[in-house]
Design a protein around this ligand. Structure first.
Ligand code: TMP
Ligand code: ASP
Length: 241
């Protein structure tokens, strides 16, 4: 790892260059933060688990024709990805009320939404990722009208696939965050990027309602690493929970 050129270090991952200018290595750390870095900690084995969970979910999505930046997992904590320019808009897809939606709108966590709701946040640490509208995205040129249409259509397909997959392993996919990027090789092509893991999803056990995601860290609920292991175990990625 030492001879590789580090291109970017985020809160949970590091990006390294490879010999191919269009391919990067994404390294998953155990570091965990919440509330835009205000709360800091570490979750044992998180990097290893999130690398494997992201590999599996990206592969499932690729199989049904969703373009993804994921290429291959190359080690416990690393995967090769296509280089992209990230669209500076985070999408949150919600199937049930939870988290900031419950707080902002004064609704009960767990309420099933009559249809999935998609929210947009401007990706900016100094501004604390503010909630934005479609107009903001277009007017400030963060994505074109055509790109927004594609992202919305693709997110809806992703939701159908992921919701069904998690249901098959006894988990409610409550909500999650998606990021998209333009391929460095061909900026006209958008792909799903970043990660999909218990860091970026709310995952609730269908039987007990137990939270199996980063809310255990955010809210000091305990058994954080155990919850990540449980998700990986149900996905068939670990021999025991
Ligand atoms: P929220 O309810 O706090 O807005 O979070 C919605 C979903 O997005 C939840 O599954 C956690 C995920 N998320 C991230 O992946 N990164 C973030 O920075 C935030 C705030 C939420
Ligand atoms: N990812 C954000 C942070 O690093 C917030 C979160 O996931 O809750 O602080």
């Amino acid at each position: 790892m030492s001879e590789r050129k580090k291109l970017y270090e985020g809160k949970a991952k590091v990006l390294f260059a490879t010999e191919d200018p269009h391919v990067l290595i994404q390294y998953f750390k155990d570091d965990a933060t919440a509330f835009n870095g205000v709360k800091k900690g570490s979750i044992h084995d998180k990097g290893v688990i999130n690398n494997k969970i992201t590999e599996r979910l990206m592969t499932i999505l690729a199989t049904v024709g969703i373009p993804v930046h994921f290429l291959e997992r190359i080690s416990e904590r690393e995967q090769k990805i296509k280089k992209v320019e990230i669209v500076p808009v985070e999408l949150v897809v919600r199937n049930r009320v939870a988290g900031s939606m419950a707080k902002r709108l004064g609704r009960q966590e767990g309420e099933l939404l009559p249809r999935p709701v998609i929210e947009f946040y401007y990706k900016s640490d100094p501004l604390d990722d503010p909630l934005i509208t479609l107009d903001h995205i277009e007017v400030f040129g963060w994505a074109s009208k055509g790109e927004i249409e594609w992202i919305l259509h693709t997110s809806s397909r992703i939701n159908d696939v992921l919701r069904g997959y998690f249901a098959s392993i006894g988990i409610h996919l409550v909500d999650y965050k998606l990021e998209f990027g333009r391929l460095s090789e061909n900026p006209a092509s958008l792909v799903l990027a970043d990660e999909i893991s218990p860091d970026t999803c709310r995952l609730w056990d269908m039987q007990t309602g137990k939270k199996l995601d980063k809310d255990r860290f955010r809210r000091d609920l305990g058994d954080v690493s155990e919850a990540y292991h449980e998700v990986a175990f149900r996905m068939g990625l670990m021999k025991s929970a």
